[in-house]
Design a protein around this ligand. Structure first.
Ligand code: SF4
Ligand code: SF4
Length: 318
């Protein structure tokens, strides 16, 4: 399904901004938000639903987040308009797809309207354990290999944003979902200050400032993308870790949260974890760690996070 105008996809053009057009036609606006557990999918949908409701729209929202705490798929349908009959968005009917994880975004692309859908996606990769079929550390993963350039061939407008890294640079990686809300806000007709009021209701009070920064960063990123020439958007600049590229695994262990339960030590397939003299988990054999993320998913206290850091391929830009 190749689109002849795909080369214009770097800009959110005024005529394609869907809220006004949809409202005029009395059609509901359909926004699908997807990701994996712990990324804040539900918060994005609540902020949007609350804002739409405050503007007098009828809003229907449905979500699935059964495996949220264990890295499972989470998705939320938000529909709003003068009248909305069903809470779920049929395939091919989403005006906007917001994805907090790259492969999840690709999995849901079929839900976008083929001729006008807007795809906003974090390039963050959360590789599920079953993608580590080869137990060699650093081995290629069975993970989506599509590049943003390839995705643009199938989508009216596609934005691949390194939102997690942007949020990290602001000092709070968890604000990545709000960077995406900032991007989303440019495709809807609600004023920025109303978005900010809505956001402030749904983030912890002590993180309001950083989340507002993240929101503004997402908006400004899109504004810059509108002016960017498509040829300048080389795929390698947007996908932090191409599927075949080498990567390094980094375990972030929050010692204060480790309760010495030993679960991760016992269940690590490579037996590379241990409890130290203080009975706090540590990575004893880093060279054996494959980055499978089982320890992260199984720790009941969220004391471990597994990061796959990009390692520049020889001769390729970092
Ligand atoms: S599973 Fe979590 S709490 Fe238990 S030992 Fe491992 S890191 Fe500590
Ligand atoms: S330490 Fe964690 S990420 Fe590394 S191999 Fe063991 S379970 Fe997998």
């Amino acid at each position: 399904m190749s689109r002849p105008n795909a080369s214009n996809s770097s800009a959110v053009s005024e005529e394609l901004r869907p809220t006004a057009a949809a409202a005029k036609a009395r059609e509901p606006m359909n926004v699908l938000i997807v990701g994996v557990g712990g990324q804040g999918v539900i918060m994005v949908s609540k902020a949007l639903a609350s804002l739409a409701q405050s503007k007098g729209f009828e809003v229907k929202q449905s979500e699935v987040h059964g495996m949220a705490k264990r890295g499972g798929t989470v998705f939320s349908h938000v529909r709003f308009g003068p009248q909305v009959w069903s809470p779920t968005i049929p395939k091919g009917e989403a005006d906007i797809l917001v994805a907090l994880e790259w492969a999840e975004g690709l999995r849901w692309l079929a839900y976008l309207k083929p001729d006008s859908g807007i795809f906003i996606c974090d390039t963050k990769r959360i590789v599920p354990p079953f993608a580590c079929l080869n137990r060699r550390p650093g081995a290629p993963l069975r993970y989506s290999r599509e590049t943003p350039a390839e995705v643009r061939e199938h989508v009216a407008q596609a934005y691949a944003i390194d939102a997690t890294r942007m949020a990290e640079e602001l000092g709070n990686e968890r604000a990545a979902n709000v960077v995406l809300i900032g991007a989303l806000s440019t495709a809807l007709d609600f004023p920025a200050e109303d978005w900010e009021k809505s956001l402030a209701q749904f983030v912890p009070k002590k993180t309001i400032a950083v989340n507002l920064d993240a929101f503004r960063l997402g908006r400004s990123w899109i504004a810059e993308a509108r002016t960017r020439v498509i040829e300048a958007e080389a795929p390698a600049t947007r996908i932090p870790v191409p599927a075949e590229s080498p990567y390094s695994v980094r375990l972030e262990i929050t010692q204060e949260w480790c309760k010495s339960c030993d679960i991760c030590v016992k269940l690590c397939p490579e037996r590379c974890l241990r409890l130290n003299a203080e009975r706090i988990v540590e990575l004893a054999q880093p060279d054996k760690c494959t980055g499978c993320r089982l320890c992260e998913l199984l720790c009941p206290d969220f004391a471990i996070r597994v990061h796959l850091d990009r390692v520049a391929a020889r001769g390729a830009p970092a």
